[in-house]
Design a protein around this ligand. Sequence first.
Ligand code: AQP
Length: 332
Amino acid sequence: MSRVFSGIQPTGEPHIGNYFGAMRNYVALGEQYGKGSIYCVVDLHALTNPAAFDPRLLAKRTFEMALANFAVGLDPSRVVFFAQSHVPEHQELSWIFTNLTPVGELERMTQYKDKAGALESVPAGLLMYPVLMAADILLYKADTVPVGEDQTQHIELTREIARRFNHTFGETFPEPKAVYNKDALRIPGVDGHGKMSKSKGENSTLGLLESLDSIWQKLRAAPTDPARVRRTDPGNPDVCLIFDYHKLFSDLPTIEMVDVECRRAGIGCVDCKKKLMEGVTATLSPIQQRAAELAQHPDDIRDALAQGAKEARAIAAPVIAEVREKVGFLKL
Ligand code: AQP
């Protein structure tokens, strides 16, 4: 039977890229696979990027990331949900994998090059990020990994590490596959500069739990088709970020109407954004309401994380025992 694993970094507020790209799939797969679906707030990963890591905020962000996942519909009593640092086996397996992974392969990772390029001094942890990610997934022998498209290269490396381990120590791990939400492969940032990303800061993101007023202010200022200068100019939805968002938030008749009317200058950008805001409100209001309710009972969130860590360790224990034996550690 398939086993599902995915992780999300507590590097800031979860945004609609995380939601449509990954979190919504967590819920769908959670309903299908129950306790065979394992989700993790990857707080160890959050340490790897000094631009996004703040020790004063890490615990709060980890808690809030768990809360946000429960607010979108993940039920911790029906899936396994925990914080990565509560399951030390991730680090043990990661160290073993580190010794099966050439540095050159890690240096070729696009996400590493992007993030390292912006830093004066690059921590070794940033380079090792995909090795830890491979350990996260393979510790549970997961074969299905719901992620956004930006993680494709890391999943390919995970498969390579699994193959290498199996070749060196005997058949142990499956070669996991990424599962994408094909309608939300790579959601653009609201500032119009590349992928929506937590670590790029608030100008890039529309937060899942951000106030609707603040979201509207950002949408109002968001760039549209740059060739459409006047209201009477026809626009091209194919190059408009607002149209990308319509495809996520609006119903089909609205998407079709906006597509047609924009091309013949029948709708202006402000009205188009107002129409989008209706869909945003309908999608995010119930999530935000549920989050407010959950926030009234913080101990329940902590208890759920403690229980999740216990369940995760129980699944990981036989895998790490098998790995130790195959690698040849002294057994006492
Ligand atoms: N813009 C996006 N479009 C589609 N999917 C996305 N994901 C992230 N951004 C988008 C997916 O969300 C999951 C969790 O991401 P993450 O928190 O582990 O790290 P990330 O991919 O690097 O996300 P951020 O927001 O860009 O975080 P920072 O800035 O801290 O690195 C992943 O499955 C990801 O693919």
